[in-house]
Design a protein around this ligand. Structure first.
Ligand SMILES: [Zn+2]
Length: 534
C-alpha cells in the first residue's frame, strides 16, 4: 500500500531527461515507486492528468534565516514549489553570532518584528527552527560577514592572530554542527575589509569539513572582472568548490563585460576548477540602500556609521564621490518608520524631490532616520545578459530573497518580486513564452543540480528511495504574478507541493503542513571532487 499515489503525471524527473508519463507512489516520507501503479493500492490518489510532476524546487540562495521564524509556513516559497532553501548567503547568517554584533542584530529583529533570537551557534539555531516546525526544508551556510563582525566588530583592518584563530574556530565548529559551507558578501561591511588571504584561510577550513564557498563578489559592475579573478584565486588556493552568487553585470557601462566574465569562469572550469553560479530571473537587484555608499563610509558599528552620515564634511565628500549614481534607477522598497512609508515604491530621485532635498542628502537623512534599515531595488541589469547567464549549464536558478507572506509583518513594503515569483517565472517566461530553456533543463537547474552541488542527499530526483519532495504544476498556465509595484501575489499554476511526503500545497492553497526538516551536511551527501559537467 502507498499513502499517496500521484496518477498519470508527466514526470520531469530532475535529471534533464525528457518527460515520461507515470504514476508516483509515496510511502511515508519517501518516493516508493515510479511507473504503473494500480490506484487501488493508494490510501489517497491525486489525479495529475495534464500536470507536470517534478522534484521540489531547491532555492540555493535564500535569505530566510530569520524570516522563517516569523513565517514558518514559508508561504512565498512553498507556493512557488520550493521545498528546500539554503540560507546564510552573502556573508549574512543567523548563526554563528555572538557578542555586541549579536546584540545589535537581535535588537533590530526585536524592534522590527518582535522576534527574540536565543541562539548563538548553528546547533542552537537549528534547534529553534526544528522546534518551530517549518513547511520547507532548510540548510545553512556560515556567513563570513557575521563571523567577522562577531570577532572584530566593524573594524576596517586585518585580524590579528588571536582573531583569526577565533574565526577559524567558528567556521570549523559551524561546519561540524551541520552547515553546508561558508558564504561571504564582499561588498558589505565588514567582509569588504577582508583580504583574499583571510578568505582563503577560512575557505580551507570549510573545505576540510566538506563544505563549499559561495560568494557575493567584491564588485558586480565596474570591478567585475577583477572580482571574478580574485574569488577564483581564493577558491583555488583553498581548494574549495566555488559558487558565484547571483552572477550579473551591473550598470549599463559594464554589460559588455559578460563575454569576458563567462570566459574567466569557463576557462577555470576547463582547467578543472570546481566553479558554478546561480541567478534570479530578473534584471533588478535588491539590497540595503546603504550599498550605494563607498566602503569607507560603512566602517564601524551602526552608531558610528550614523554619526558619520550626519557629518557635513562627509556629506560633501559623498556628493563628490557619488556623482555617477543613477538615482532614477533605484527604488525605495521598504522602510521601518510610518512617516517614511510614502517613499516606498518611489525612485530615489522622485522621493528626494518629494522631500525637497538633493539625492545624497535625502539618502543620508533617510539612512540616519531609519538607522540604515532601508531596503532598495536597483534597476541595473541587462535582459540579454540575463538570458545568456541562465542558459549556461553551470548556472542554477535561485531567488536571493527571504520568504514573505500576504499577511503579517512580512507583507510590509514592496519586496522584490523574485520573492514570490522566481521559479514560476522561469517556467512561464523562459520555458513557455521565450523558449529559452527546455523544460527538463530548467527543472534540472532548480532541482538536481542544486542538490548535487550543496550535498543534499536523497533529494532533487523523482526516483524510488528519494524523499518525496514533489511539485505538480500546470505547464500551460504556470506564471509569476508579482511585479515591482505590486509584489505580494502568489503565482498561478502551482497545484500541489509535497514536502517529505506530506501535501503542503493543495489546489494552490497552503494546507498548513509543517513537514520540513533542517538539512545538515551529511557525509553521505558530500559532493565528490572535480568539476560538474552537463
Ligand atoms: Zn548577495
Amino acid at each position: 500500500m502507498f499513502d499517496l499515489i500521484i496518477a498519470g503525471a508527466s514526470v520531469v524527473d530532475g535529471s534533464g531527461s525528457p518527460p515520461f508519463t507515470a504514476d508516483i507512489g509515496v510511502a511515508g516520507d519517501r518516493i516508493a515507486a515510479v511507473g504503473k501503479i494500480s490506484e487501488s493500492q493508494g490510501r489517497r490518489v491525486i489525479r495529475a492528468d495534464g500536470l507536470v510532476a517534478c522534484p521540489g524546487f531547491v532555492d540555493v540562495h535564500s535569505h530566510s534565516d530569520y524570516f522563517l521564524l516569523l513565517n514558518p509556513r514559508a508561504e512565498s516559497a512553498v507556493r512557488q514549489g520550493v521545498t528546500s532553501e539554503i540560507g546564510g548567503n552573502c556573508g549574512y547568517s543567523a548563526a554563528p553570532i555572538w557578542g555586541s554584533w549579536k546584540e545589535e542584530r537581535d535588537q533590530t529583529y526585536r524592534e522590527l518584528y518582535g522576534l527574540d533570537p536565543q541562539w548563538r551557534g548553528v546547533r542552537e539555531y537549528f534547534g529553534q527552527l526544528a522546534a518551530e516546525g517549518l513547511s520547507i526544508n532548510f540548510g545553512l551556510l556560515l556567513g563570513h560577514n557575521t563571523i567577522r563582525g562577531s570577532v572584530l566588530g566593524g573594524a576596517a583592518r586585518p585580524p590579528d592572530s588571536g582573531e583569526m584563530a577565533a574565526m577559524i574556530q567558528a567556521v570549523r565548529q559551524g561546519m561540524q554542527e551541520g552547515a553546508l559551507g561558508l558564504s561571504t558578501g564582499l561588498i558589505y561591511a565588514p567582509a569588504c575589509f577582508a583580504s583574499a588571504e583571510e578568505l582563503a584561510t577560512l575557505g580551507q577550513v570549510a573545505r576540510e569539513e566538506g563544505g563549499l564557498l559561495t560568494c557575493h563578489m567584491r564588485s558586480e559592475g565596474d570591478g567585475l572582472l577583477e572580482a571574478i579573478r580574485e574569488i577564483l584565486d581564493v577558491a583555488r588556493t583553498a581548494q574549495i568548490p566555488l559558487q558565484i552568487s547571483h552572477l550579473k553585470t551591473s550598470g549599463e557601462r559594464n554589460w559588455g563585460k559578460l563575454t569576458e566574465a563567462l570566459r574567466l569562469i569557463e576557462e577555470a572550469r576547463s582547467r578543472g576548477q570546481d566553479v558554478a553560479a546561480d541567478r534570479y530571473p530578473y534584471t533588478a537587484s535588491n539590497t540595503g540602500l546603504q550599498a550605494v555608499l563607498p566602503a569607507w563610509a560603512l566602517e564601524g558599528s551602526r552608531v558610528e556609521q550614523l554619526a558619520r552620515l550626519q557629518d557635513s564634511s562627509v556629506r560633501e565628500r559623498l556628493k563628490r564621490e557619488l556623482t555617477d549614481r543613477q538615482w532614477d534607477r533605484i527604488m525605495i522598497a521598504e522602510v521601518t518608520r510610518e512617516g517614511n512609508r510614502r517613499y516606498e515604491g518611489l525612485e530615489v530621485s522622485q522621493a528626494a524631490a518629494v522631500a525637497g532635498k538633493g539625492p545624497v542628502d535625502f539618502v543620508c537623512d533617510l539612512l540616519v532616520e531609519e538607522e540604515t534599515r532601508v531596503d532598495a531595488i536597483f534597476f541595473t541589469m541587462s535582459e540579454e545578459n540575463l538570458q545568456q547567464i541562465l542558459t549556461r549549464p553551470y548556472v542554477m536558478v535561485a531567488s536571493d530573497s527571504g520568504t514573505r507572506a500576504h499577511v503579517g509583518p512580512l507583507s510590509r513594503g514592496r519586496p522584490h518580486p523574485r520573492t514570490f515569483g522566481t521559479f514560476p517565472r522561469v517556467l512561464g517566461v523562459y520555458v513557455r513564452e521565450k523558449r529559452l530553456l527546455d523544460l527538463p533543463v530548467a527543472i534540472r537547474k532548480m532541482t538536481f543540480d542544486p542538490c548535487r552541488r550543496f550535498g543534499l542527499a536523497g533529494r532533487g530526483l523523482i526516483a524510488p528511495g528519494n524523499f518525496a519532495d514533489v511539485v505538480l504544476f500546470d505547464p500551460d498556465t504556470v506564471a509569476d504574478r508579482s511585479s515591482y509595484r505590486e509584489p505580494i501575489h502568489y503565482p498561478h499554476g502551482i497545484r500541489y507541493v509535497l514536502v517529505n511526503g506530506v501535501v503542503t500545497v493543495e489546489e494552490g492553497e497552503h494546507a498548513g503542513a509543517r513537514a520540513g526538516r533542517v538539512l545538515r551536511r551529511s557525509n553521505e551527501g558530500t559532493r565528490r571532487g572535480g568539476p560538474e559537467r552537463g
